[in-house]
Structures are given as C-alpha cells and as structure tokens.
Design a protein around this ligand. Structure first.
Ligand SMILES: Nc1ncnc2c1ncn2[C@@H]1O[C@H](COP(=O)(O)OP(=O)(O)OP(=O)(O)O)[C@@H](O)[C@H]1O
Ligand SMILES: [Mg+2]
Length: 290
C-alpha cells in the first residue's frame, strides 16, 4: 500500500514511529510536508504538486497537522480526500477539533460528561460569569493556550475577577470552567484508534501543581480505564468524527469528564508510558479500511 504521512518534520518521534511501523508491515511510505504541497484544482482531476512532480496513487494518508498550520494543512488533507485516498483523520473532523468552543458544543450534544464551562466574548459582567461557572474555585483558560500555559486556578472570587479582567484587558479570550478538585492534579489521556482505546496513561502534575502537563514537569504512567471511562473516550472520539484521537479526561465524583479531544495526538508520551505499539495500531487501522 502507498501511505503518506503528512508531517512537517521527519525527525519527530511520532513521524519516525509511523514510518517505522508502516515499513515493518511492508508498505511504501513517504513523509510529505503539507506546507510544501501545491493544490491543483480544475474540472475533475484533483492533483497535488510536490517537489517537482505530482503525487500519484496514494492509498492512505496519516495527517499530523500542527495547530499553527490548520488552515493550509486541512486543505491538503481535503485534496487527498478528493483524490480518493483514505485518511485516518478526515478534514472536516480536523477543523471541528481545532475549535474548542465548537468541540465542547458537539460533545455536549452527544451527552458526554464535561466540566461546566462558560465561554465569553469579553463580558463586563465578570461577577455573573463566575456565578454561571458555579463559583470559585474555578479554572480560567486562555482560548489559545497550550501545554498548560494560560491555565489558571482561581481560589477566590477576587482572584477570579482579577484574572478575568486582566485577560479581558489584553483582548485575550478566555474559557471559565468548573474546577474538578477530585482529579487531584491528574488527568487521563486515552488514545483511541478505530473506535477502540489502544492505550491509556495517567498524567500527574508535580507536587502542588493542578496542571498535569508533561511539559510542566508532570509524570505519566500506564493506567487501566474503567468501563465508563473507556466508553466516554470512544463516544467522544465518535462524536468528533475522528478515526484517531487523544482524549483527555478528568476523573470526577460524577464520572469521567472530557477536557479535550486531540486530533493529532503525539505518540511519544503514550508509547513510552504504556510500552504499547500505538503506531502499529494506526497502520492496522489503515489496512482494515482501505
Ligand atoms: N476544570 C479543571 N479542573 C481540574 N483540573 C483541570 C481543569 N482543567 C484543566 N485542568 C488541569 O490542567 C491541565 C491543563 O489544562 P488543559 O489541558 O485544558 O490546557 P492545555 O494543556 O494548556 O491546553 P491543550 O490541552 O488544549 O493543549 C489539564 O491537563 C488538567 O490536569
Ligand atoms: Mg492539555
């Protein structure tokens, strides 16, 4: 089979592992930088021009599209779809997953457990906003934040108001969210491929830190999910229309609550924590689907 991995960097752990797994199963695999693809559109005959030639007869693609290149990356994925290639992440689902507000709306409609969350367009009624989110303590997140940057735990109403007003003043859009204390500074990453959890890890923030991000000094270990957690992760992935996803969830006293569904989840953390060959699961998913 001819498989293309859409990735900007061949040296990334995830990219390397996918290449390795594809080769091991005797596929013809190539890494293509989506930003270097020219999309050729005319009546029928969709094409992609890359490094001096047309890309031909691709059976499947594995999009690894970073958040900063969503727009162009998605257009390239869509073009491969037009050319009849199978994709582990459909362009529509990719776009949906990159919009946090839309994602939570989709998950909510699918009756999936979520921390109570309020989005605001720089509301001046900060007090009302805090009340809507269930009062303090609460978590305030920058809409554009990542790796725990711009995620703040506000213990008191005063603290919450100051933080929200500061972000508002900077014209930085925020999400105000109920704080799940029982999670105790940990969250769970469930890696879902083709409707099944193929690996799960628990990430624990370092002492005194409520954010479990590995980039912030958190640690990860393999975890056995409860049935309820497994069902929630699979259901969330399905609601988002994703074939491959990294589902982040919090363990709360009212069951699992989904934080986010990631459409280009990294392989390094999960493979190292679980010792599982996640790359192989993705290649097998392609073999089954093409
Ligand atoms: N409502 C909450 N209650 C308790 N802990 C939370 C809550 N929201 C986030 N956390 C903790 O903070 C961490 C970082 O939050 P989150 O994942 O939302 O932001 P991020 O990692 O910066 O963004 P992204 O995951 O979108 O890249 C989570 O992994 C979790 O451990
Ligand atoms: Mg996160």
């Amino acid at each position: 089979m001819k498989i293309i991995i859409l990735s900007r960097n061949t040296n990334l752990y995830s990219t390397k592992r996918l290449v390795e797994a594809a080769k091991k199963r005797k596929h013809d695999v190539e890494v293509v930088d989506p930003l270097k693809c020219d999309i050729v559109i005319e009546k029928r005959n969709p094409n992609i021009y890359y490094k001096g030639g047309y890309i031909k007869e691709v059976d499947a693609i594995i999009p690894r599209i970073g958040a900063s290149v969503t727009f162009y990356g998605t257009a390239v994925v869509r073009q491969f779809e037009m050319m009849g290639a199978f994709t582990t992440t459909e362009s529509e689902a990719l776009v949906r997953s990159r919009d946090k507000l839309r994602s939570l709306q989709v998950l909510s409609r699918a009756k999936i457990g979520l921390p109570k969350t309020v989005f605001t367009n720089y509301s001046r009624d900060v007090s009302g906003l805090i009340e809507q989110a269930g009062g303090t303590p609460l978590v305030i997140k920058l809409l554009e934040g990542t790796q725990g940057v711009g995620v703040v735990l506000a213990d008191t109403k005063n603290a919450a108001e100051s933080v929200i007003e500061a972000f508002n003043g900077l014209q930085a859009r925020v999400i105000v969210q109920e704080y799940i204390k029982e999670a105790k500074g940990a969250d769970i990453r469930a890696f879902v491929v083709d409707g099944h959890v193929v690996g799960a890890m628990k990430r624990q923030g370092k002492e005194g830190e409520f954010r479990s991000n590995l980039h912030r000094g958190g640690s990860a270990e393999i975890v056995e999910l409860s049935d309820e957690e497994e069902i929630a992760a699979v259901k969330a992935t399905k609601a988002m229309g994703l074939g491959v996803a990294g589902v982040d969830l919090l363990q709360s006293s009212r069951g699992p609550l989904i934080l986010e569904v990631n459409s280009s989840p990294g392989l390094e953390g999960i493979e190292k924590a679980t010792g599982k060959d996640i790359a192989k699961s993705i290649i097998r998913y392609i073999e089954k689907s093409v």
